[in-house]
Design a protein around this ligand. Structure first.
Ligand code: FES
Length: 152
């Protein structure tokens, strides 16, 4: 005899299916950041970031984005309701929010709502050939320390 699932079982399965990916995606945010006393967190070498791609910064709610020769450090927190955005598996150069499917481009600009505001930029610089991001300081997108421009 086949038993029908109860409404409680269906509800639990639905909640787990929807929330588990979001929880797993946020686990690395709980890791202690290895930022220095001033808040700068070393990440990767610039050549480890291919054009048109993103690389998350370990231990921070930040993701690096490269467009042509420009590298920026974007907040990974969706401006709609604060879920963690991640690179889209279907669309190149797009960050997607798993909660309500907002999309952002490599500059952090909203491509598809419901988000209305762009992703904030974090200060970024090169330290001994390694990209370092400031885990706290958010800066205007056109600020001098909002991006790194690599030599072609
Ligand atoms: S929280 Fe990101 S789209 Fe709603």
């Amino acid at each position: 005899m086949l038993l029908e699932p109860t409404r409680r079982q269906i509800l639990c399965a639905t909640v787990a299916t929807v929330t588990l990916p979001v929880l797993l995606d946020n686990i690395h945010f709980a890791a202690a950041a290895d930022a220095d006393a001033d808040g700068w967190l070393p990440s990767i070498k610039p050549d480890a970031l291919a054009d048109g791609t993103f690389v998350p910064v370990n231990g921070a709610k930040i993701i690096l984005a490269r467009q042509d020769h420009k590298i920026t450090a974007l907040s990974r927190i969706c401006t709609h309701k604060q879920c963690a955005v991640k690179p889209s598996k279907k669309k190149a150069g797009i960050l997607i929010c798993p909660c309500h499917n907002a999309e952002y481009n490599l500059a952090g600009e909203v491509v598809t709502g419901p988000a209305k505001e762009p992703l904030p930029h974090h200060a970024i610089r090169l330290v001994n050939g390694t990209i370092a991001v400031h885990v706290k300081n958010q800066v205007a997108a056109d600020a001098p320390d909002a991006s790194l421009t690599l030599s072609p």
